[in-house]
Design a binder for this molecule. Structure first.
Ligand code: SAM
Length: 238
């Protein structure tokens, strides 16, 4: 999977994606990360990438030419990747969306700044718009990093244990169960005894019950309209 991030702050992307799971995935060549800076495509002496909005009003708008040329350079390098604009007006990202994005051979992630980008560029160059939530960030970089991180986890081989993504919250439409590690008791709180029993069937059922119960309590919307299998119904009734 390759990610081509079009950004005025490439160091921010490289630094943040260099840690942990994504950092190791890049090192191992499972994920390729490239950055494209519109400022490198600006033609004037001051390498201008923004200008005042037509019609007046506060803030600046990202100019077409430098951003367009940076996106086109990324397109030439990654012709199979859709161009994805990070925008608070886009489709709200969830795990189903992350799966859809992970099915692509790569993603060209365009990070806006200032008041946003010239609308003609959206019309001409952007294939999809995605938001990471109903709030406004100062720039698309943190949103692009969210996409890179969430999508990279689904790239085969990136996670050490193939099971760990499958059990994460939202993967099966449920929240994850609680997790514990050593010591068995701390500050008067004990690990649930079933996890120490060695009975793998009982542990699996306990975890599923916890996941169902948590989802029912915290995110009942995830269960609404969902057909539960016999075991799930029995666990919820216990
Ligand atoms: N004026 C724009 C609006 O209200 O729709 C907001 C511009 S915002 C200050 C600057 C940039 O941050 C956007 O172009 C976008 O790339 C990014 N951004 C802000 N909030 C975002 C969100 N919730 N999801 C994804 N990207 C976001």
């Amino acid at each position: 999977m390759r990610f081509d991030v079009v950004t005025l702050f490439p160091e921010m992307i490289r630094a943040a994606a260099g840690y942990g799971v994504t950092g190791r995935a890049v090192e191992r060549g499972l994920v390729r990360l490239e950055t494209w800076n519109p400022r490198d495509y600006a033609r004037d002496r001051h390498r201008t990438v923004d200008d005042r909005p037509y019609g007046g009003g506060p803030g600046m708008v990202m100019k077409v030419e430098p951003l367009r040329d940076a996106i086109r350079a990324a397109r030439r390098a990654a012709p199979a990747s859709p161009v994805v604009l990070l925008s608070p007006q886009g489709r709200r990202l969830d795990q189903a969306g992350v799966r859809e994005l992970a099915a692509q051979p790569g993603l060209i992630l365009v990070c806006g700044r200032y008041e946003g980008i010239d609308e003609r560029l959206v019309e001409a160059e952007v294939d999809q718009e995605w938001s990471i939530g109903d709030y406004v960030l100062s720039g698309g970089e943190l949103a692009a990093l969210v996409v890179v991180d969430a999508v990279a986890r689904l790239v085969p081989g990136v996670l050490g244990d193939a099971e760990s993504a499958a059990q994460d919250s939202y993967m099966e439409g449920l929240l994850d169960c609680p997790h514990y590690t050593r010591p068995e008791e701390i500050d008067g709180r004990r690990v649930p005894p079933v996890l120490l029993s060695g009975d793998h069937g009982a542990i699996r059922r306990w975890r599923r019950k916890q996941a169902l119960g948590r989802t029912w309590l915290r995110r009942p919307d995830l269960l609404a309209g969902r057909a539960l299998d016999e075991e799930a119904r029995a666990l919820l009734e216990e």
